[in-house]
Design a protein around this ligand. Structure first.
Ligand code: AMP
Length: 211
């Protein structure tokens, strides 16, 4: 968990590789649906474009479906879900049906000005999904993907006004979720700023208790 742009996707992917479990990112699933213009994609696109949350009932169905697949039987990392207090209850129900419990909830933090800087400078390759940054991870040729040569774009929800809206939604809807997991004693919190490798080392040592 953590605000948009804190690096939860990066940490989640590293954690999945390390633990050999699938990465269940609701944001990625929704963006893929929008990209394919599927029925789901057409329904959720307006929410993603303006930075507001997709309704809880739609998210519940999506997560239930994904976590019921065979590859999730040995565990999974959820990234971007649950994001509302109602989704916590939905997740409790899905996990109850599957007969599994959450082991741990990781929360990363970063100051808002850092988040706005990170996200509004982010560029993505629409073909292969590679990520770049105008300050810290520039492509070799400006505006062109190093890997596949496609023109880089800005995700509509990375525009500054939308980032600020996503942050407001996070404060209002998702901070209470973090509190709920803190109350359950499942939460582990860390600073998400700085080098991704270093954040991951801390997460492994202190969050997973590995030597
Ligand atoms: P993310 O990449 O996790 O920041 O998600 C991108 C967008 O997908 C969000 O701004 C929401 O519009 C939508 N989304 C992702 N996960 C959820 C969720 N758990 N509940 C509602 N909307 C979500």
């Amino acid at each position: 968990m953590g605000p948009p742009g804190v690096g939860k996707g990066t940490q989640a992917r590293m954690l999945c590789k390390h633990l050999k479990v699938p990465h269940v990112s609701t944001g990625d699933i929704l963006r893929e649906a929008v990209h394919e213009a599927s029925g789901l994609g057409r329904k959720v696109k307006p929410f993603l474009d303006c930075g507001s949350l997709v309704p809880d009932d739609m998210m519940g169905e999506l997560v239930q479906d994904r976590l019921s697949r065979a590859d999730a039987r040995g565990g999974f990392i959820l990234d971007g879900f649950p994001r509302t207090v109602a989704q916590v209850t939905i997740l409790d129900g899905v996990l109850g049906q599957l007969g599994v419990a959450l082991d741990r909830v990781f929360a990363l933090e970063a100051p808002e000005h850092e988040i706005v800087r990170r996200l509004s400078g982010r560029r993505v390759c629409p073909q292969c999904g590679a990520l770049y940054h105008l300050d810290s991870r520039q492509p070799r040729a400006a505006g062109v993907c190093d890997g596949c040569g496609s023109a880089l774009v800005q995700r509509p929800d990375d525009e500054e006004a939308v980032v600020r809206r996503r942050l407001a939604v996070y404060r209002e809807q998702t901070l209470p979720v973090i509190q709920a997991y803190r109350d359950r004693g499942l939460l582990w919190e860390a600073d998400g700023t700085g080098d991704a490798e270093r954040v991951f080392e801390t997460l492994k040592k202190r969050g997973l208790g590995e030597a």
